[in-house]
Design a protein around this ligand. Sequence first.
Ligand SMILES: C[S@@+](CC[C@H](N)C(=O)[O-])C[C@H]1O[C@@H](n2cnc3c(N)ncnc32)[C@H](O)[C@@H]1O
Length: 254
Amino acid sequence: MLVKKQIIINHYMKDFSIFCKETNEKAAKLAVELGIRLIDHGECSTRFVIKFVEDLITLLDTKENLEIELSFNGQIASLRTKNLNSENLIKALGKIDLNTKIYDLTAGLGRDALIMALKGYRVVMIEKHPVLYVLLKNAHQNLLSDYPDIYSRIEVVNADSACFIQDIKMEDNPIFYLDPMFPKRAKSAKVKKEMQVLQNICDLSDNAEDLLKLAVSKGKTVLKRPKLAGELSGLKYHHVISGTKISFFVFERS
Ligand SMILES: C[S@@+](CC[C@H](N)C(=O)[O-])C[C@H]1O[C@@H](n2cnc3c(N)ncnc32)[C@H](O)[C@@H]1O
């Protein structure tokens, strides 16, 4: 399978810089890879700032004064108090072999993918936004010492899933998972700060419908949608599992 080693740089990078007080090789390397400025003191003039503090990387939206930190280690502690079998996401995946690979085509902050990995599945997190990829990669790396088993079940890839999916071996019966960005609604209650930052940095005009059709043509696919939004493409789904706010549509291979 072709795994892209080089970070995809997109036009959004002009809005980003990296801030790090101490000399930090990782930060310096990333600045070169992303082609953005590394600042070690004073104010950053870009809207978004990737901040390095020792092992932690955070993302600051200076306009909204929102800062998010991505730590899988922290999330695992609270996820472990839940019965994952009662999560609708896990119910939607159905009965699958633990060796089945699940491709999260829209990894975002990796929350859903982490639940799947914690349940014992092998998960490939595919994220096209270079900064989200960096946050995911760092959160994944930090799993290694405390949770080597979970670490080993996860891969993080920086790619456009519509391209990446072409190289996946279908004889292994992979499962695809899709949680497309949902446009901000003026009247909706304030979403969580993580989702707000995601909405501010991501391209909301992504063609999720095409990605869904592509995924369904290749294998079993689970689509997550706000309950009120309904299904996305008009494709025939096999069944749907709904909670109070979220629905998971399950499609069998077309
Ligand atoms: C709503 S978020 C997903 C949130 C995720 N389920 C979670 O638990 O954190 C959607 C993400 O999909 C990414 N995305 C959209 N289209 C993509 C594509 N074609 N390839 C890879 N990533 C994509 C966006 O950059 C965004 O980060």
